[in-house]
Design a protein around this ligand. Structure first.
Ligand SMILES: CC(C)(COP(=O)(O)OP(=O)(O)OC[C@H]1O[C@@H](n2cnc3c(N)ncnc32)[C@H](O)[C@@H]1OP(=O)(O)O)[C@@H](O)C(=O)NCCC(=O)NCCS
Length: 380
């Protein structure tokens, strides 16, 4: 293809750069499906474990397949001593996202064949990363609170085990279900920035750890997974439900971005936001946090009036902020929750990339000078 035939799309908007059988998104109609199943059905009927099996195998498991998959995942819940030492050597002021990125990268050193890139090896490594990252987050949070890490409990589900390792007590069924739904709704989402980063890295046949590490680095940006923290900061700044309208109108006047709104793909309400809105309301009522939900709702109404015509609606991060707050998570653990879930999607895409690899290597549109003279340093 000659340069003239190539088209430039800033931010690769609208460019199809990979094929996937995992998630389908219709941004105009607000549809998200995993392997053809509506996200709403999965959120109400499935579990995170079953959803991961679905994404990695492109079909729902039988009962015995789900049991075997879950058993395998649970067998990797705990951290080795070397990892625990690395976590306790992190400064307690470190941001959890930096710790997670560093620790997932370091997992390669605990693997006797870190560079093995067969699809089977990638599945095994993905299973370990998926199972152990919750333990990394929980152990670091406990370390900064001066507490010992708690080993995973293989009798617990992914969601229950994380909350148990974090808090040292068994969570309520309502908390477990809420957390599980958060994990399901965040598991995969097409070729988003972090998933693209993961596919780009594995396309060099580097290794699974490098690929997932790159994805974590991408996700922490405020335009991507970091937005849920931004939403919570905004909710904390708004003193009451009645003050929400003025606060948002001031932000709009100052041309500030309202975190948790807008999406590159959705030009209608993100279906994940609809699922999480219902969840956030229920949890807020149950935990005495209804003001956070009411403030969110007031913000959504202002945004609907001011921005719906531009196709800017709540995205996944908007109601996940209230949900995580009600679960009792600290602000800087919000984006890490996105990591725990999205490892499922990143790993699935890594596997898809390895199954039919082609090195990502786009080109640039050179807009600089030509035939420039080399001026010696004394004459510049
Ligand atoms: C997600 C996001 C980066 C996608 O944006 P995009 O497709 O690149 O769209 P653009 O940044 O080009 O924005 C298009 C227009 O909408 C406006 N816009 C987009 N999101 C906005 C928001 N959250 N608040 C206010 N205005 C917004 C932009 O200012 C721009 O306006 P203009 O045309 O007058 O300049 C963007 O919506 C955003 O920054 N949202 C807030 C962060 C967030 O919630 N991220 C999580 C995504 S899941």
């Amino acid at each position: 293809m000659s340069t003239a035939e190539k088209t430039f799309s800033k931010g690769l908007e609208g460019v199809i750069a990979a094929q996937t059988e995992m998630s389908f998104i219709n941004g105009t109609e607000g549809i998200l499906e995993y392997v053809g199943i509506a996200i709403g059905d999965l959120a109400s009927k499935s579990s995170f474990e079953e959803t991961v099996f679905l994404l990695w195998n492109k079909r729902l498991p039988t009962q015995s397949e789900l049991e075997a998959f879950t058993k395998d995942l649970r067998s990797h819940y705990s951290l080795c001593d070397a990892m625990k030492t690395r976590i306790t050597s992190c400064p307690i002021e470190a941001e959890p996202m930096h710790v997670i990125r560093t620790m997932i990268s370091s997992m390669a050193m605990d693997d006797s064949s870190p560079n093995e890139n067969s699809v089977e090896a990638a599945r095994e490594k993905s299973m370990r990363i998926l199972a152990k990252t919750p333990a990394i987050v929980a152990a670091f949070d406990r370390h900064r609170r001066g507490l010992e890490a708690i080993d995973g409990d293989p009798s617990l589900s992914f969601a229950a085990n994380f909350l148990y390792m974090l808090n040292g007590e068994k969570p309520t069924d309502a908390m477990i279900r809420a957390f599980d739904i958060c994990m399901i709704t965040h598991a995969d989402h097409g070729l988003n920035n972090s998933t693209f980063a993961a596919r780009v890295v594995i396309s060099t046949l580097s290794d699974v750890y490098s690929s997932i590490t790159a994805a974590v680095g991408s996700l922490r940006g405020p335009l991507h997974g970091g937005a849920n923290e931004g939403v919570m900061k905004m909710l904390n700044q708004i003193p009451s439900v009645d003050a929400a309208e003025d606060h948002v109108m001031n932000m709009i006047k100052n041309k500030e971005r309202i975190m948790g709104f807008g999406h590159r793909v959705y030009k209608s309400k993100d279906p994940r936001a609809s699922e999480l809105m219902t969840l956030a309301k229920q949890l807020a009522e149950d935990t005495g946090n209804i003001e956070f939900y009411d403030k969110s709702n007031a913000i959504e109404q202002v945004m609907e009036r001011e921005y719906a015509a531009k196709g800017i609606y709540p995205n996944v991060d908007f109601y996940s902020a209230t949900t995580y707050h009600c679960i009792g998570l600290k602000l800087d653990l919000f984006t890490p929750m996105f990591v725990l879930a999205r490892i499922a999607g990143w790993a699935g895409h890594v596997i898809e990339q390895l199954e039919d690899n082609r090195l990502f290597r786009p080109t640039t549109d050179y807009v600089g000078p030509h035939d420039a003279p080399y001026v010696s340093i004394d004459d510049r």
